[in-house]
Design a protein around this ligand. Structure first.
Ligand code: SF4
Length: 306
């Protein structure tokens, strides 16, 4: 039997890409395609769902099923896609404004459910598609060239929010470290449950503060960006899977997520393996006809739309 092997090229499309030259989104797209090739999931078994924003265009550039939905709605649509067809590998993608602003309610409640899909947030701290207004991850007091005045609201910490909301895989990556980002996305896709990766993304057009040069700086002889398992960063290597005391580990992971500035850790902050939402549908005291939604006769519902 011939085993078909997929390469990153198999997940690319010929659609003209309209991202600005030098945008960090290109690197994230390449890492996503490399990760799918590493996992070896056939393109016809992948669905990529986005909201609105520069990163919302990503499904056009991935050879897979794709839905470009409404602002903030990538997560609920991805949830529906996965529940409708659990055979698919589902990814929700979008920006920080999309996911943590208008989509914040969906973001929090997805953590409570633990449906088996991956959520990648392209986090550039600005609303790039609408000329660079500060997004929810913009730090209070900072002002990029796209902002009329400095931000006067506190920023949110997406990793802390994800951990406290119940996400079972929480990680941070950096767009311009393609190999480690592809590896991180691969781990997220393999995880059973909702996996969340906040990806630091450069926007050379509107974010002139957190640039490729800023992320790449050496501070006191050390790189600004560290991997969590780098003993040069922390001799007490952070183990996201050592969860004997779940609450204590959540607190430790949240504390790590607040390290920002001269040292910014990357990698998996938190991971736990527990039953997914789909597993729970098939468990418990539910009557048999309500245990597996995929075996239910939906013809009456379908007919109502005909
Ligand atoms: Fe990328 Fe920024 Fe251009 Fe949007 S505005 S495509 S995020 S560089």
């Amino acid at each position: 039997m011939v085993v078909q092997t997929f390469t990153a090229k198999d997940y690319k499309t010929a659609v003209h890409n309209t991202w600005c030259p030098g945008c960090g989104d290109f690197a994230i797209l390449n890492a996503l395609q490399a990760a799918l090739a590493e996992v070896q999931v056939p393109p016809h078994k992948v669905a990529v769902v986005s909201g609105i924003g520069c990163s919302g265009k990503a499904p056009h550039y991935v050879n897979a099923y794709g839905l470009h939905t409404l602002h903030g709605r990538a997560v609920p649509v991805a949830t529906g896609v996965k529940l409708a067809n659990p055979e698919l590998t589902v990814l929700a993608v979008g920006g920080d404004g999309d996911g943590y602003g208008i989509g914040a309610g969906y973001f929090v409640n997805a953590g409570r459910r633990n449906v088996d899909f991956t959520y990648l947030v392209f986090d550039n701290e600005v609303y790039g598609l609408t000329k660079g207004q500060g997004a929810p991850t913009m730090i209070k007091g900072l002002r990029t060239k796209g902002m009329a005045e400095p931000a006067i609201q506190d920023n949110i910490n997406p990793l802390a929010l994800a951990i406290s909301s119940g996400y079972t895989f929480v990680a941070r990556g950096y767009a311009l470290q393609p190999k480690s980002l592809a590896q991180l996305i691969g781990q997220a896709v393999r995880h059973r449950g909702t996996a969340f990766v906040d990806i630091l993304q450069t926007c050379p057009v509107y974010n002139d503060l957190h640039t490729k040069e800023w992320f790449g700086e050496q501070i006191g002889g050390h790189p600004r960006l560290f991997q969590l398992d780098d003993t040069d960063y922390d001799p007490m290597v952070h183990d996201p899977t050592n969860l004997e005391e779940v609450v204590a580990k959540k607190v430790q992971a949240i504390a790590k997520s607040y390290e920002w500035g001269d040292r910014i850790p990357l990698g998996v902050f938190y991971k736990i393996d527990v039953p997914t939402f789909e597993d729970q549908l098939a468990l418990g005291d539910r009557p048999p006809e309500r245990r597996n939604i995929w075996n239910r006769d939906l013809s009456a519902l379908e007919n109502s739309f005909r």
